[in-house]
Design a protein around this ligand. Structure first.
Ligand SMILES: [Zn+2]
Length: 433
């Protein structure tokens, strides 16, 4: 048999993963877990499946550590969001390889990283790599919906399987050229908290032909929506944003000038920084009367809301109540998920820096906080894991990549897939060496 390169191995594995339909819901991630188990077994890596229900298995594999060193977890999820084939140039489950790119749902989010993680641990195992601490590979279910079949469930029910001091997950890794020699690879070290809330606005119902005798809850809600739309919280500086801007302009930047400073450098810098200076509120769902001629006594408004990692719900609630002013409404948080961070001065950060320095000496690694959130928070909360989102993307334009995630024509450059494998092998050696 001709020697297969790591690039070909990762390409083949990614194509096979894409051809499995793991759209969540319903997920069916066991398809991917079984494919990965067989692939890893062929390479001498034993894996276990952990499933709350049979069709939604998580897979965890490891090369056991030899010397009591820190454990490194290469984390990924095998489910994807849905795809409407009518919008795509190729079948979203084809794994088509065309002009150096592999096409299909999940190529970027995140079967590409699943495949790269698997090839990294398989190839290290073949070479007889003996890490000082466990090198762990976890391909989990249910990240996209989050109904407790995936990492949240593993952390609670099988903590020993996924407990680790360090973790590399999805979230960032894009290479961005801000001009004047400022080439950054973004690494996410923190995430905002998903903290949606409901406003139940009360009025008095009545026949819509005589609005004067009723008190229309929908109309009252409109005023509250306008107040939320006009909310401009005081900017505040999170440590990742401060470090990012310091790298960008070479000086300490204050919260009040942060957006303007970023804007002067590059529109992408401004886009990155803007949602990280305060909480954000976006009203998204409203419901009131179910009948055209009945004035609603109740209007339910749901707002997406994202808090800074340093911000609490109590603190945000007082700001929001002050913004809304007195009125006939109830305020209720619907959840509070994420909003965690890991420190930046760590051996894992150094391992990422040394990889970037070797690949592209003029580039730097810059920390970011994600406006969204990933599964990393489960590990930080359960074990205090230092978790970063990093999968280097150098060949594909970062703006193109950002548009393709959760959208039509998702694809990854084979060059980037191979770069990812190199990166993961480097980090495993640095942490486990
Ligand atoms: Zn993802």
């Amino acid at each position: 048999m001709a020697t297969v390169t790591l690039r070909e191995e990762a390409t083949d594995l990614l194509q096979r993963l894409i051809r499995l339909d793991t759209v969540n819901p319903p997920g069916n991630e066991t398809l991917a877990a079984e494919l990965l188990r067989d692939y890893l077994a062929d390479n001498g890596v034993l894996a276990d499946l952990y499933a709350r229900v049979p069709e939604r298995a998580n897979l965890v594999a490891r090369i056991p550590g030899q010397g009591g060193g820190p454990r490194l977890l290469l984390l990924s999820h095998t489910d994807t969001v849905l795809a409407d084939a009518a919008d795509w140039q190729f079948d979203p489950w084809s794994g088509e390889l065309r002009d150096g790119e592999i096409w299909g749902r999940g190529a970027l989010d995140m079967k590409g990283q699943v495949a790269a993680n698997a090839v990294a641990i398989a190839s290290l195992s073949r070479e007889g790599f003996e890490p000082s601490g466990d090198l762990i590979f976890a391909a989990t279910a249910d990240e996209e919906v989050g109904e407790d079949f995936g990492l949240s469930w593993l952390c609670r029910e099988h903590p020993d399987a996924v407990r680790a001091e360090y973790c590399v997950n999805e979230g960032a890794g894009d290479r961005i050229d801000f001009g004047e020699g400022r080439i950054f690879y973004l690494c996410s070290a923190a995430e905002k908290m998903s903290s949606p809330f409901r406003l139940s606005v009360h009025g008095r119902s009545g026949h819509a032909s005589m609005p004067g005798i009723a008190d229309n809850a929908l109309v009252k809600a409109a005023t509250l929506i306008m107040r939320l739309a006009e909310l401009r919280p005081e900017p505040r500086m999170e440590p990742e944003v401060a470090a990012f801007l310091r790298l960008l302009v070479g000086r300490q930047v204050e919260a009040e000038e942060a957006l303007e400073v970023a804007r002067r450098v590059h529109p992408i810098a401004a886009e990155l920084v803007e949602p990280l200076l305060s909480l954000t509120v976006a009203p998204t769902i409203i419901s009131a009367s179910q009948k055209r001629n009945v004035i609603p006594a109740l209007c339910d408004l749901i707002c997406d809301c994202r808090l800074l990692p340093s911000e609490t719900q109590d603190e945000a609630e007082s700001l929001l109540r002050e913004t809304l002013g007195p009125g006939d409404y109830d305020f209720e948080w619907l959840e509070g998920q994420g909003g965690t961070r890991s420190p930046i001065e760590t051996p894992l950060w150094e391992a990422i820096e040394s990889f970037v320095a070797a690949e592209e000496p003029e580039a730097r690694v810059a920390p970011v906080c994600l406006a969204g959130f990933t599964d990393s928070h489960w590990l930080r909360e359960a074990f205090g894991t230092v978790a970063y989102g990093f999968f280097p993307l150098r060949t594909m334009d970062p703006e193109v990549a950002a548009r393709l995630v959760h959208s039509a024509d998702e694809r990854i450059a084979v060059e980037d897939l191979e770069l990812g494998v190199r990166f993961l092998r480097h980090v495993a050696r640095q942490i486990g060496g």
